[in-house]
Design a binder for this molecule. Structure first.
Ligand code: SF4
Length: 378
C-alpha cells in the first residue's frame, strides 16, 4: 500500500483543553462497529452511563446542547479519562486526520476544521511537499476498486503535481497562478467531456512546460471577469442558504457579512474592498498570499484526485477557488467591522468554514453540483 501525506502531517498534536474550540460539539460523532461492540461490554456505573449515552440505532454519541455528552466543562473527554486512550472510537482517534482511499493508495491529510491543524496548514512557510511511503499491507477494500480507472487516476496525480508547481510559483502573483491553473483544469475537463481521454496528457504536458517557463507565450494568465465582484459575491452568497447549517457561529458570520458588505449596495462594497486591499498590502504583505497559496493547495490536495470517481475535474478546482474566496471574503467582513484582523481571525474563519462545508457530505456534494452548473459551461 502506498501512503501520501503533507510534509507537516506528523507534527500535529491536539491541544485538548487549550483548544480554542472543540471537535466534540456541533456535529454527530459516528461510532464504528468494533467500538460499539466494545462499549456494549462495559459494565458497572460507567457501563450504564455509556449505554445511555449512545444512540444505538444511529450508532453515534448522544449530545447535550450540541456537545458530545462525554465532554466535560473543561472540554476534556470523560471516556478518555475513565477508560483510557484506547477506548476512543475510530472517529475520535483519527480526527483531525483524514484519509482519501484509492486503489493501492491512501492519501492522508489534516482537516482544516481543527484550529491547530488550520494554523499548521495556513501558516506553513515552506512550500507544501508530499511525502510518499510504501508498506507491505494488502488492499482491504479490493472489491470496491473493481472499476477503478487507473489511467485516469495517473493523469490526475500528474496533473495535480503540475497544479502544485503553478500555484507554488512565487515569482507570479496569486491571480496569475490561479488563472493558469483554471485554464489547465478547464482544458482537461473539456477533453473528458468530449471523451478525448488521451488528449489529457497533452494538456498536462503543455502546462508542465508553462510552469517551467518564465513568461507563458500565447496564453492569458488572468481572465476578464464576466460580472462585477459585488454581483458575483451576492449571487454566491445565496448558495449558503441552501446548505445545512451545523453551528450557530456560522450563521452569525454569514449574517454579519451580509449586513457589513452587501446590504448597503455595490458602491459601499467597492469602497470597503479597495480600503481592505490597501490594508492587506500594508499590514499583511506576503502573509496574505502565503495563506491563499496554502489554502488552495490544501483543497486541491484533498479533493482533486477524487475526480477519478465522478469525472468532475473542474468542480474540484471550482470548490477550492470558491472556498478560498469565501474564507477571504468573511475575513474582509470582520475587518470592516473591527478595523483590523489578526492571524487568529484568519485561522478561526478558515476552520469555521471547513466545519460547515467539509464536514457535511450533503453540503460538499450540493456545493460541488451548484458550482458545476453555475460556473462551468464547457
Ligand atoms: S479541534 Fe483539534 S486541537 Fe481542538 S480538541 Fe479537537 S483535535 Fe484537539
Amino acid at each position: 500500500m502506498r501512503y501520501v501525506k503533507p510534509h507537516y502531517y506528523e507534527d500535529f498534536q491536539c491541544t485538548a483543553d487549550r483548544c480554542p474550540d472543540t471537535c466534540c460539539a456541533g456535529w454527530q460523532i459516528v461510532i464504528d462497529e468494533e467500538s460499539l461492540e466494545k462499549y456494549s461490554r462495559v459494565r458497572g456505573p460507567f457501563g450504564n452511563r455509556l449505554f445511555d449515552s449512545i444512540d444505538w440505532e444511529e450508532g453515534s454519541f448522544r449530545q447535550q446542547k450540541g456537545r458530545c455528552c462525554f465532554l466535560d466543562e473543561e472540554n476534556l473527554c470523560d471516556l478518555y479519562k475513565i477508560l483510557g486512550k484506547d477506548s476512543l472510537c475510530r472517529t475520535c482517534r483519527m480526527y483531525p486526520r483524514h484519509v482519501e482511499e484509492y486503489e493501492g493508495l491512501r492519501e492522508l491529510s489534516l482537516s482544516l476544521s481543527c484550529p491547530v491543524a488550520a494554523e499548521m496548514i495556513l501558516t506553513c512557510r515552506e512550500p507544501l511537499r508530499l511525502i510518499e511511503e510504501e508498506t507491505d499491507e494488502a488492499e482491504e477494500l479490493e472489491e470496491e476498486f473493481e472499476d477503478f480507472d487507473l489511467l485516469m487516476f495517473t493523469q490526475l496525480e500528474d496533473a495535480r503535481a503540475v497544479i502544485f508547481a503553478l500555484l507554488q510559483d512565487r515569482e507570479r502573483t496569486m491571480d496569475q497562478r490561479i488563472g493558469l491553473t483554471r485554464q489547465m483544469v478547464e482544458q482537461m475537463q473539456k477533453c473528458i467531456d468530449e471523451e478525448r481521454y488521451y488528449d489529457v496528457d497533452g494538456v498536462i504536458d503543455r502546462f508542465r512546460q508553462l510552469s517551467e517557463s518564465e513568461m507563458p507565450q500565447g496564453i492569458s494568465m488572468t481572465d476578464e471577469p464576466e460580472m462585477s465582484r459585488y454581483t458575483k459575491m451576492c449571487r454566491e452568497y445565496t448558495v449558503f442558504g441552501r446548505l445545512e447549517r451545523l453551528r450557530p457561529e456560522w450563521s452569525d458570520l454569514l449574517d454579519d457579512a451580509w449586513m457589513t458588505l452587501y446590504e448597503k449596495g455595490e458602491d459601499t462594497y467597492q469602497e470597503i474592498r479597495e480600503e481592505f486591499e490597501t490594508y492587506c498590502a500594508d499590514v499583511w504583505k506576503e502573509e496574505w498570499t502565503l495563506f491563499s497559496e496554502n489554502l488552495f493547495l490544501f483543497f486541491l490536495y484533498t479533493y482533486f484526485c477524487g475526480a477519478v470517481y465522478d469525472d468532475w475535474i473542474y468542480s474540484k478546482f471550482a470548490l477550492a477557488e470558491f472556498s478560498v474566496r469565501w474564507i477571504q471574503e468573511l475575513i474582509m467582513a470582520r475587518w470592516a467591522e473591527n478595523g483590523e484582523i489578526s492571524r487568529e481571525d484568519y485561522i478561526e474563519i478558515a476552520y469555521r468554514y471547513a466545519r460547515e462545508i467539509e464536514h457535511s457530505d450533503e453540503n460538499l456534494n450540493m456545493l460541488e453540483e451548484w458550482l458545476t452548473e453555475g460556473v462551468y459551461e464547457g
